[in-house]
Design a protein around this ligand. Structure first.
Ligand code: SF4
Length: 203
């Protein structure tokens, strides 16, 4: 049974409830994993993806599959650096399964996104990250209300005192990255993320 408190004071207590969340299943959605978790809570930045993939759902850890490896390559980070820098969240936290079309994974329904926003809202309130990196169109739209990657990749935004640097999704499911101009925008955005991380370090 899903438990949601009226307030949370620490990420540890939030994660205890989040890891047992079945809100979408109770609402009738066909999820194929339990929620992905963070194992540490001392990160400086907040990464906000779309939803876990199959590998992440099985391991219950974020960014474990091929997309995670691509993301770390863009950011020039190894695994230890990546997980030390980013508290990893996403629009929804459970593997949604394959899309009915058979092409890629199912996009979480608006109701699932709303049910899961409860966790992100509390995480942001507790963590108060100074850098937020939304990854992919859905996460960017939910966080910044912007549609279309060209208008925001390679740019920096401000949101409630945090710097926001959007990245495209590295899954390869989208053809957006096939255009050389878009790959240049992505490289510029990754460089911005690295610059902002150095700034958080005081470098
Ligand atoms: S996607 Fe989010 S709200 Fe839905 S069951 Fe998983 S953790 Fe809970």
């Amino acid at each position: 049974m899903t438990r949601r408190r009226s307030s949370y004071r620490s990420l540890a207590s939030l994660q205890r409830d989040l890891r047992a969340c079945r809100a979408c299943v109770e609402a009738g959605f066909p999820l194929e994993s339990w929620p992905v978790r963070n194992e540490r809570f001392d990160q400086r930045a907040y990464m906000y993806g779309q939803a876990p993939g199959l590998v992440e759902g099985e391991e219950r850890r974020p960014w474990r599959g091929r997309a995670g490896r691509t993301l770390r390559r863009w950011l020039e980070m190894d695994e230890d650096e990546f997980y030390a820098a980013f508290y990893c969240a996403s629009v929804t936290r459970c593997y949604p399964g394959r899309a009915p079309s058979g092409r890629g994974d199912r996009t979480p329904a608006p109701r699932e996104q709303e049910l899961c926003a409860f966790w992100s809202e509390w995480e942001l309130r507790i963590l108060r990250p100074r850098l937020i990196v939304p990854v992919g169109g859905l996460a960017i739209q939910r966080l910044l209300g912007m549609k279309g990657l060209v208008s925001c990749i390679g740019r920096r935004f401000e949101l409630d005192g945090a710097t926001v640097v959007p990245l495209p999704h590295p899954s390869g499911a989208s053809s957006w990255l096939n255009l050389p101009a878009n790959r240049e925008l992505t490289a510029a955005a990754a460089k911005l993320v690295r610059t902002e991380l150095r700034r958080l370090d005081g470098g």
